[in-house]
Design a protein around this ligand. Structure first.
Ligand code: FAD
Length: 268
């Protein structure tokens, strides 16, 4: 963890000092792939785990890794070790900590299927603890860390011995699928909205006739309507205006409320 005002928070039991005298908002950032910062910036404290939190170690069928390790790296290393279970995560551009927070998932797999336990630090920096998967309130794109704001520092994954060539084949197959189905040539935060129960956000948006709709440089992807992409020079305000337009139109047409999966921080 780097110092700054975040360091002050952790050392002083969460009583953060800011120039304005206000208690600043504290946000933990992983790889930043699912965070949108509003155009007015963020004047709180950002905590980002440093390189010490990227170690990956194997113990039989378990891997223990620092929360800043990238999912792509952990998945590749698991494959190298002949351990199956992380293939689904190879193309998700996040860190292990961010993936636990989000209960990230793809192609039928979710973090909740592979996490055995995590080490975390309480939001006020006063307590380091170990928690097992059953205590983490995992649900669709949700974990207890979205409720308590604690910091995941280390994750232990329970994987299964498998055939290395078969694991690598599956990862390649999923990567090709991702490359053809997702608009990866433009910056985005992935699927912008959570999947409403019983529906797919992308399908609802497409059915509402919104594929390709633009506000400034922000566009509902032509390739996958669940993505809002930056086709060039999009401001956060373009993205938020487009998000609201999509939410209002889908609500009018289908009665379904789309909720952002992306975490929005900062001020206009
Ligand atoms: C092209 C693209 C494709 C994507 N595909 C998928 C997909 O298939 N499936 C999927 O689920 N997601 C997908 N995503 C979204 C995103 O990559 C994942 O949710 C990822 O797990 C977020 O990890 P991150 O490290 O980038 O988190 P960040 O974006 O940095 O943070 C996300 C949230 O996690 C919290 N957080 C981060 N690190 C920690 C920590 N150590 N402790 C506690 N809280 C923490 C943050 O405070 C924030 O609330 C995609 C995104 C993109 C851009």
């Amino acid at each position: 963890m780097k110092g700054g005002e975040g360091g002050c928070c952790l050392k002083n039991g969460g009583s953060c000092c800011s120039k304005s005298g206000r208690t600043p908002e504290v946000v933990i950032i992983g790889n930043g792939s699912n965070i949108l910062v509003l155009d007015g910036g963020f004047d709180g404290v950002i905590i980002k785990l440093g390189d010490e939190f990227t170690k990956i170690e194997q113990d039989g069928e378990q891997i223990t890794a620092g929360a800043a390790a990238l999912l792509s790296t952990v998945s590749k290393e698991a494959a190298q070790m002949g351990l199956a279970g992380m293939e689904f995560a190879g193309g998700i551009p996040g860190s292990l900590g961010g993936a636990v927070y989000m209960n990230a998932g793809a192609y039928g797999g979710e973090m909740k299927d592979v996490v055995k336990s995590v080490k975390a630090i309480s939001r006020d920096g006063m307590r380091e603890y170990l928690a097992y998967a059953s205590e983490l309130a995992f649900a669709y794109r949700h974990s207890i860390f979205a409720e308590n704001g604690d910091i995941v520092t280390e994750v232990t994954l329970d994987l299964k011995s498998g055939d290395k060539a078969e694991i690598e084949r599956r990862m390649k197959e999923l990567s090709e699928k991702r490359n053809t189905k997702q608009p990866l040539r433009y910056p985005s935060a992935g699927s912008f909205f959570k999947r409403p129960e019983g529906h797919f956000a992308g399908a609802l948006i497409e059915e509402a006739g919104l594929k390709g709709l633009s506000v400034g440089g922000a566009q509902v992807s032509e390739l996958h309507a669940g993505f809002i992409v930056n086709t060039g020079g999009a401001t956060s305000s373009d993205i938020i205006s487009l998000m609201k337009l999509v939410q209002n139109t889908v609500r009018d047409k289908s009665g379904i409320e789309l909720v952002p999966e992306v975490r929005i921080i900062g001020r206009d």
